[in-house]
Ligand binder design. Structure first.
Ligand code: CMP
Length: 139
């Protein structure tokens, strides 16, 4: 089915000027960027976005990192966009990511792994709503 998913190009990638190369991977996979903005999160905003991970040992480091440089927040649309995006991203840890995936090519570590993508329809809807208003979604 035609779906929308939420994506973030993370600080390690914007810092290395990789936004265009990562977007090309999405577009080559048939994902359409229907909303996109570059923003610099505060640590508190990053903490709110990642609150499901609040009990994890890496939470503080994750929030510091996400607030360390601008991110690009995006909505990607396409057939089975949620699973397709996860395929294009590759495994969370770049050491485990399949060849040709974004994380295999660009990620620096499990923490600084270049991209985030929603893992299910309910989280996709929640994450999209956290960053975008309906007016900003241009299919
Ligand atoms: P993401 O898909 O954005 O969702 C949660 C993030 O936590 C994940 O990608 C990783 O970047 C980060 N993460 C997961 N495991 C670790 C870890 N062991 N150490 C540091 N960061 C991690």
């Amino acid at each position: 089915a035609l779906e929308r998913t939420f994506s973030i190009i993370k600080p390690d990638a914007t810092r290395r000027n990789l936004t265009g190369k990562i977007n090309a991977k999405f577009e080559e996979a048939g994902l359409r960027i229907v909303a996109q903005k570059r923003i610099h999160l505060t640590k508190a905003q990053a903490g709110e976005f990642y609150k499901v991970h609040a009990a994890r040992p890496f939470y503080d480091e994750l929030c510091e990192f996400m607030a360390s440089a601008p991110i690009v927040a995006q909505v990607l649309e396409g057939e089975d966009a949620i699973s397709k995006n996860r395929e294009v991203m590759g495994a969370t840890n770049p050491a485990d990511a399949a060849e040709g995936t974004i994380r295999a090519e660009f990620a620096e570590s499990v923490g600084e792994n270049s991209v985030h993508g929603s893992d299910a329809p309910d989280t996709a809807a929640e994450e999209i709503a956290y960053f975008f208003s309906g007016l900003e979604l241009v299919g």
